[in-house]
Design a protein around this ligand. Structure first.
Ligand code: PEP
Ligand code: MG
Length: 543
């Protein structure tokens, strides 16, 4: 039987602290759509079928939006907007008049629209959305199911290549565990599973051998899936003993919406360590006014947990397209005009953002720190600091996401108040590994010695330069890794709202001297696996 034997370990990257044993449910790839064909029933009947299919897909998108969180609901809203476009229907209607079937007419119309928009990366996301709705309408007409066919009852570990935002929005309560063959620690699947506390192992290529009905142990703490094993065999998460002490460093939270700000408050975060402002505007086709921005920022500041609120100016580009910025075509967008580099073409938007934040700060009386993303030179850092200070009463800082700025921290002495390490992008640029490429998950593992040693350098050089350093990438959501960060000398960490409690518990349980010793010794290992195993064993001894 496929060469899998009882107790066989399939390695990957774990997400979360709890393990689960359940039956495998393999997500089947979608059935192929029929070829475009001429109508056999006439244009009028095809028009009726097409209208009914559009209405049915629209209702389905409403259901998906209603069952999902804010971010996923926006995705479905954007799809619906295109689906109900009158111009698109008119073009399809023309093809019906030429004798095509409803599915073919709609498919041809979408292809024409996509061709018009194609080649312009500003519209890449729109083209993908158009193709998605075309697939949904054609599938509806052919009676083919789109999206995941997930069980609604029972308990299953679902296994697939990787899952899109639209897929994860459909996870039912029957999904008790997730395994992906691809995807890394910052993949959408990982982020959603962490925030919903679903045990997951990503980047687990060997899971390709699993079939429906297999029983597996999903063991995220052990970074593995075990074939035919019991829950008692799971690697135990470390039970940190409650000490009632304050955590070694403040545990802030990452937010991207009002809802996140509320969750971060309920989780007891010590302020916000990263407010990703671009997430508010991923589907905005027109630039928000200063008034609109001020009102929204003020609402979010008021809901944010007590403590400073670190706001990042817009980080558009690459994986985060913001429609109203009309960004130019680039062959290699993650190495292109993204983050603070937008200052050249979109200075006024960044100025407006800082102005709106200053109004919101004055209105709410909150302590606001502002930072710029994707800083690569000391000159950029200085320029941003001067601009921000000329607009508002902020502490000013930068994100450390490029290897070049790591070498220039000493040059920033007296220029900035703080820095925040974005380990998601820092790993991407340090390892030359596209964070969106699901095949490169292992290089993006934060336990890689190359990353840990770089973080050690950042912490010690910041200390020497009198700059407060923190980490806000996904790595700071892992309680054991957070202990290493504090031990290295980072002055704060910022985790996703769902991980704040676990990270706080870890940082309250470990004494400073132990964290420092562990952080020092972990730098001696030459593989990610050894480094992680060492830290977990040390923490186990202390717990
Ligand atoms: C990072 O790069 O680690 C980071 C926090 O920024 P983002 O994930 O939004 O790019
Ligand atoms: Mg980043």
């Amino acid at each position: 039987m496929r060469g899998l034997t009882k107790g066989q370990v399939l390695s990957g990257l774990g997400v979360g602290l709890n393990a689960v044993v359940a039956e495998v449910f393999r997500v089947a790839p979608m059935q192929a759509l029929p070829e475009f064909a001429k109508s056999t029933k006439g244009a009028d009947a095809e028009r009726v079928s097409l209208k009914a299919a559009i209405a049915s897909v629209s209702a389905h998108l409403d259901e998906l939006a209603a069952a999902s969180d804010d971010t996923s609901a926006d995705i479905f809203e954007a799809l619906k907007f295109l689906l109900e476009d009158d111009e698109l229907f008119e073009v399809a209607d023309g093809h019906l008049a030429d004798g095509w079937s409803a599915a073919a007419a709609y498919g041809l119309a979408v292809n024409e629209f996509a061709e018009l928009l194609g080649g312009d990366p500003d519209f890449d996301e729109r083209v993908k959305d158009l193709q998605d709705i075309s697939k949904r309408v054609q599938a509806n007409l052919a009676g083919i199911k789109v999206g995941l066919e997930l069980p609604k009852h029972g308990s299953f570990v679902i296994v697939g290549e990787d899952f899109s935002p639209a897929d994860t929005a459909q996870f039912t309560s029957a999904v008790v565990g997730v395994i992906t063959l691809k995807g890394g620690p910052t993949s959408h699947t990982a982020i959603i599973c962490r925030s919903r506390s679903i045990p997951a192992v990503v980047s687990c290529g060997e899971a390709a051998h699993l079939v429906d009905g297999d029983i597996v142990l999903v063991d995220p703490v052990g970074d593995r899936v075990v074939f035919n094993a019991e829950l008692s065999e799971a690697t135990m998460p470390i039970e940190f003993i409650a000490t009632g002490r304050e955590p070694l460093v403040p545990v802030r939270s990452n937010i991207g919406s009002l809802d996140d700000a509320k969750k971060a408050s309920s989780a007891g975060a010590n302020g916000v360590g990263l407010f990703r402002t671009e997430l508010l505007y991923l589907s905005s086709s027109s630039q928000p006014s200063v008034e609109a921005q001020t009102a929204l920022y003020a609402e979010i500041l008021a809901a944010a947990p007590e403590g400073p609120v670190v706001v990042r100016t817009i980080d558009a580009g690459s994986d985060k397209p913001v429609p109203f910025l009309n960004m130019p075509h680039e062959e290699n967008p993650s190495l292109g005009v993204r983050g603070y580099r937008l200052i050249v073409e979109h200075r006024q938007f960044i100025v407006d953002q800082l102005q709106s934040l200053e109004f919101a700060r004055a209105h709410t009386g909150r302590e606001v720190w502002v930072m710029a993303p994707m800083i690569a030179t000391a000159a950029e850092a200085r320029e941003f600091a001067a601009l921000a200070k000329s607009i508002g009463q902020f502490k000013v800082g930068i994100m450390v996401e490029t290897p070049s700025i790591v070498t220039q921290i000493a040059d920033l002495k007296g220029q900035i108040d703080f820095l925040s390490v974005g380990t998601n992008d820092l790993s991407q640029y340090l390892f030359a590994a596209d964070r969106m490429n699901p095949a490169l998950g292992l290089l993006l593992n934060p336990w890689q010695p190359g990353l840990i040693r770089t973080l050690a350098r950042i912490a010690s050089e910041s200390l020497a330069a009198g700059i407060s350093s923190g980490v806000c990438g996904e790595s700071a959501s892992d309680p054991a890794f957070a202990v290493v960060l504090a031990g290295l000398g980072m002055k704060s960490v910022s985790s996703s709202p769902s991980q704040v409690g676990a990270v706080k518990a870890a940082l309250s349980a470990v004494a400073e001297a132990d964290a420092k010793r562990i952080a020092h010794e972990v730098q001696n290992f030459s593989t990610a696996e050894e480094a992680k195993a060492f830290v977990l064993a040390e923490l186990q001894k202390l717990s």
